[in-house]
Design a protein around this ligand. Structure first.
Ligand SMILES: Cc1cc2nc3c(=O)[nH]c(=O)nc-3n(C[C@H](O)[C@H](O)[C@H](O)COP(=O)(O)OP(=O)(O)OC[C@H]3O[C@@H](n4cnc5c(N)ncnc54)[C@H](O)[C@@H]3O)c2cc1C
Length: 434
């Protein structure tokens, strides 16, 4: 059971049951599709926008994310600078950083309580190799003219988050949200603004033409423009076959901590905690003072298996609990009430892709596990792509064009499965080096 799903009741909206026409049809009601609808409606209030969602908003990755809104584009800044150069990497990173603040402003203006806490997060080192990574990240930020965070000593770090595992840390600007409440609230705001969202309405076929038609079990929508925003399901559209690997990541959420348990660990600022390694470990408080701990294995299952049965794979949870006790041995008596997972959309070049196919179809995917603030920025990119505007957003490095190609496709099975095992082992090895 996903903890966040318990924090708000859902009554799915009506499914599509007719044949209609509209200006823009968005396929997928997660953050990508909803922010695209939001910015389009803001820019052109008269547009008739329809969203078709296979389940309900927040069912996918958006409603089960760990809730860290970070200034990250794709995997990390280093990879971005190597691939795109300093200037372009900085532009994109600053734009996604602004999205963190703008999400907070959106929530306040629209009176959506998504438990937004602008607490920053600590990138923590628990080994000499991770301390080196903090120093490298800082040097890189200094070199490119970004914000270079100071490195906190062991004592300084542990005064912020009292884990004996932490040897050093940097403070990074960011916020925490309840991602499910953000998804549900955003969908509500859109409905109030006149956007129609059809729940339980999967697109089962896309008929391409001057105006494309989204075919669903109960009806059809023909639109001037279509936006594809289905994340790990992008491979059901022929242009994106094998572009995305669905990779499972797992989390556990405790029962609410007692005052006595809370008193044992100094953590007054409620910052997020992220360990400085490739296969992330992260931790945070929820609004009701549960501790959420995520990490453990990041797994690709044979044949792109995205089935919910993968939520109950026990190996991940054993590892998460081991890691939890490494960070917080004084919380040996904390009981976990929720254990769940979700699939992140990983692409071969580890950075998101936005673009158009022909004139009428736009797309956005490839967040590699860092999508909360990036989907907000992506909403503006998609708005301008749909409206055919050349803008600062459509010139960002995340947009496919003559200079930046769509990602290479993954190989077929069994090569993808074997390759994913090798890459995970390599990352594990890199992370475990002293
Ligand atoms: C466990 C986990 C933890 C994460 N933690 C963080 C985090 O802390 N910070 C962060 O920045 N990012 C995090 N992410 C990544 C982030 O959640 C995603 O990048 C982001 O939510 C992607 O949004 P989306 O709208 O593209 O995808 P989704 O939210 O998956 O939305 C896609 C929607 O499309 C629907 N759909 C699929 N196929 C069809 C179809 N044929 N027709 C109609 N609808 C369809 C699905 O039902 C789904 O609702 C995490 C991801 C996971 C899985």
């Amino acid at each position: 059971m996903v903890y966040w799903h318990e924090t708000e009741d859902v009554v799915p909206g009506p499914a599509l049951a007719e044949t209609i026409e509209c200006d823009v049809c968005i396929v997928g009601g997660g953050f990508t599709g909803l922010w695209a609808a939001y910015f389009l409606k803001e820019a052109e209030p008269a547009l008739d926008i329809r969203v078709v969602e296979a389940e309900y908003s927040g069912y996918g990755a958006s409603g089960r994310a760990d809730g860290f809104a970070t200034p990250t584009v794709g995997k990390d800044l280093q990879a971005l600078v190597e691939k795109f150069g300093t200037q372009r990497a900085l532009e994109a990173t600053q734009a996604v950083g602004r999205s963190i603040l703008e999400i907070g402003r959106f929530l306040r203006r629209n009176k959506v309580d998504a438990e937004y806490e602008a607490n920053d997060y600590l990138m923590v080192a628990t080994s000499a190799a991770q301390e080196r990574r903090l120093a490298e990240d800082r040097a890189l930020a200094e070199r490119i003219g970004g914000v270079a965070p100071s490195i906190l000593s062991r004592e300084e770090s542990q005064a912020v988050i009292g884990s004996p595992a932490i040897q050093a840390a940097t403070r990074v600007g960011g916020a925490l949200v309840n991602p499910f409440k953000l998804s549900r609230g955003l969908a509500r705001v859109l409905r109030d603004k006149g956007v129609t969202i059809y729940d339980k309405t999967p697109c089962v076929e896309l008929e391409r033409g001057v105006r494309s038609t989204v075919v669903t079990p109960g009806g059809r929508i023909t639109a001037d423009k279509v936006v594809l925003a289905t994340n790990v399901h992008m491979d059901s559209f022929r242009e994106f076959r094998r572009k995305v690997a669905p990779v499972w990541t797992y989390a556990m959420v405790s029962e609410p901590l007692t005052d006595a348990q809370l008193d044992r660990v100094p953590w007054a600022g409620r910052e997020g905690l992220v360990e400085a390694k490739s296969l992330l470990t992260c931790a945070r408080f929820t609004k009701d003072n549960r501790v959420m701990f995520a990490g453990g294995p990041v797994v690709y299952y044979y044949g792109r298996d995205r089935g919910e049965h993968n939520m109950s794979r026990g190996r991940a949870y054993e590892e998460i609990q081991r890691e939890f006790l490494r960070f917080f041995p004084m919380w040996r008596d904390v009981r976990f009430a929720y254990a769940y997972g979700g699939t992140a959309d990983v692409v071969r070049d580890y950075a998101p892709h936005f673009g158009t196919v022909g004139d009428g179809i736009a797309y956005g995917y490839g967040y590699c596990g860092n999508g909360i603030s990036m989907t907000h920025l992506g909403g503006k990119v998609l708005r301008d792509l749909v409206l055919g505007k050349d803008s600062d957003y459509t010139r960002l490095l995340v947009v496919d064009n003559k200079d930046r190609k769509p990602p290479m496709g993954y190989p077929p099975e069994p090569l993808l499965y074997v390759g994913s095992r090798v890459v995970t082992k390599l990352m594990d090895w890199k992370d475990s080096r002293a």
